[in-house]
Write a protein that binds this ligand. Structure first.
Ligand code: NAD
Length: 491
């Protein structure tokens, strides 16, 4: 095995001093494709110091000049999208098409951050009292850091990085230790884009590295995306240390199917939501609630689509769904489903738990699985499974369905399928989820909208993307100014 992956600190690639390394696997083959170091606190310190030094000059670079680096990065990402997408597929498992789509959503954030010259503008009120003006300006925080999950190794770092540097901050990325190779590719392009040294760093690692980031006095703000327990922990520790924090957590997304929807189209959309990226999207449909007469036909259609989905290695062009991230993840999924079945909490409708893919027998594959008559109070209905498992439940009215949607602690996304504007309006008004889809199965906000998870899907107040990102990465300064005539020198 070659040497462990490098960190990128102060404009140079650096080997970690640690001997504590983890294997990175290709989930389709189980082969070890790299080793990632668990960087210790002194390497986080080196990154923070380099960023702090760079900040003194970077904040002075006009925002119109700062975004020129991002324009260059956008072009480099476009030119290298094929290479990055293949890297994502090989370390994360999703299909090539899904990897390209992920990068498109990431690049969209680079584009949006290039609007920072207007998005950073302040406010000005003339004559708030006689001869006195008051204005508000936005200034960068300093050194900021992001800690990201395994399921979107290309897109999620780009929810934060472009906005942070466009607004004048210096940035540290701690990518998921399960998928560190995509960040290596991103940072090779960042190097080519010519950002001044110290503006952007990547420090690899896991909990130990995260804790060093959360405790470091120079790091002013933390952006986190991952599971709810870790999001809660990161938020508590970061804010206890006086940092600004935005922490996006896990999900358990319900979709509601009304009898008046276009059932064929709806079933296809829900199958893509539930089984796309092997169910490892924080916006994956996980619970399908049929209303009234929708039950029988939806159940039949979804079972057919689930059973026929082509599962395999993500770089094979015929593949429609790849593996889950790890053997642990596969075992966890099987454990939760089998536990629910043993407790009588559901009936197995389509069983994808124990199938293998020819030629990839060691891969971490779970085929689409559909559970029927799931008890709404059971673990199957409330715990994030994070695999291609869809739980079916039933309600008699839209009100009953909305109550079931809201009967959970997380609130990342909720969707309704209907041809009734009245039902749609009631649904979007009453559901306690931050991202809502009407006849849409993955209600992923564009880069110019905030990614609005609610309740245990988010800790903080300013979300990723859009204007929230600009606000998160800047401090407001209000100036009240008087220039009395009698104090002016006479010319
Ligand atoms: P995770 O919580 O295990 O890891 C996320 C990050 O936290 C990684 O960088 C990891 O190194 C670090 N980490 C893990 N355990 C830690 C600990 N005990 N202390 C400090 N740091 C720790 O999440 P994951 O498995 O990589 O990603 C999947 C989860 O992310 C799912 O729950 C999914 O719903 C969620 N997610 C949420 C969103 C969203 O926008 N809300 C988006 C994508 C993924």
């Amino acid at each position: 095995m070659s040497t462990p992956l490098l960190n990128f600190i102060n404009g140079a690639w650096a080997q970690s001093s640690t001997s504590n390394v983890l294997n990175v696997n290709n989930p389709a083959t189980a082969q070890v494709i790299a080793q990632v170091p668990i960087s210790p606190a002194n390497e986080v310190h080196a990154a923070a110091q380099a960023a702090q030094t760079a900040f003194k000059e970077w904040r002075r670079v006009p925002v119109t000049d700062r975004i020129q680096y991002l324009f260059r990065l956008k072009q480099l990402l476009e030119d290298n999208i094929d290479d990055i997408a293949k890297t994502i597929t090989n370390e994360c498992g999703k299909t090539y098409a899904e990897s390209v789509a992920e990068m498109r959503r990431g690049i969209e954030n680079v584009e949006n951050s290039c609007g920072s010259p207007t998005q950073m503008q302040g406010l000005f009120s003339e004559d708030i009292a006689r001869g006195i003006d008051e204005f508000m300006i936005r200034q960068p925080l300093g050194v900021v850091a992001a800690i990201t999950p395994f399921n979107f190794p290309g897109m999620i770092p780009l929810w934060f990085l472009p906005y942070a540097v466009a607004t004048g901050n210096c940035f540290i990325l701690k990518p998921s230790e399960k998928v560190p190779l995509t960040s290596q590719k991103l940072f090779q392009l960042i190097e080519k884009a010519g950002f001044p040294k110290g503006v952007l760093q990547v420090v690899n690692g896991s909990k130990e590295t995260v804790d060093a980031i959360l405790d470091h006095p120079l790091i002013r703000a933390i952006s986190f995306v991952g599971s709810t327990p870790v999001a809660r922990y990161v938020y508590s520790r970061a804010t206890a240390n006086g940092k600004r924090a935005q922490c996006q957590g896990g999900a358990k997304n319900p979709v509601v199917i009304m009898p008046d929807c276009d059932l064929e189209m709806t079933t296809k959309i829900i199958a893509d939501s539930a089984f796309g990226c092997a169910g490892q999207r924080c916006l994956a449909a996980s619970v399908a609630i049929t209303v009234g007469d929708a039950k029988n036909s939806f159940t039949e259609h979804i079972a057919d689509i689930a059973a026929s989905r082509k599962v395999g290695y993500g770089l094979d062009s015929a593949t429609e769904m790849g593996p889950v991230i790890s053997a642990d993840s596969k075992n966890r999924i099987k454990h939760i489903v089998n536990g629910g079945l043993a407790n009588g909490a559901a009936h197995m409708l389509v069983n994808g738990l124990d199938r293998t893919v020819g030629g990839y027998e060691d891969g971490f594959f779970v085929f689409p699985t559909v559970l029927d008559q799931v008890n709404p109070k059971s673990e199957l209905a409330t715990t994030e499974i994070f695999g291609p498992v869809l739980s079916l439940m039933h309600a008699n009215t839209v009100e009953e369905a909305i109550a079931m949607v809201n009967d959970r602690t997380v609130g990342n996304m909720a969707c309704l399928f209907t041809s009734s504007g009245t039902a749609a309006r009631q649904f979007r008004n009453e559901v306690t989820s931050g991202n809502v889809g009407i006849n849409v199965g993955i209600a992923a906000p564009m880069a110019f909208f905030p990614f609005s998870g609610w309740r245990d899907s988010f800790f903080g107040d300013l979300h990723a993307q859009g204007h929230h990102a600009i606000e998160f990465y800047t401090e407001t300064k209000v100036v009240v100014e008087r220039w009395p005539k009698e104090w002016s020198r006479k010319f």
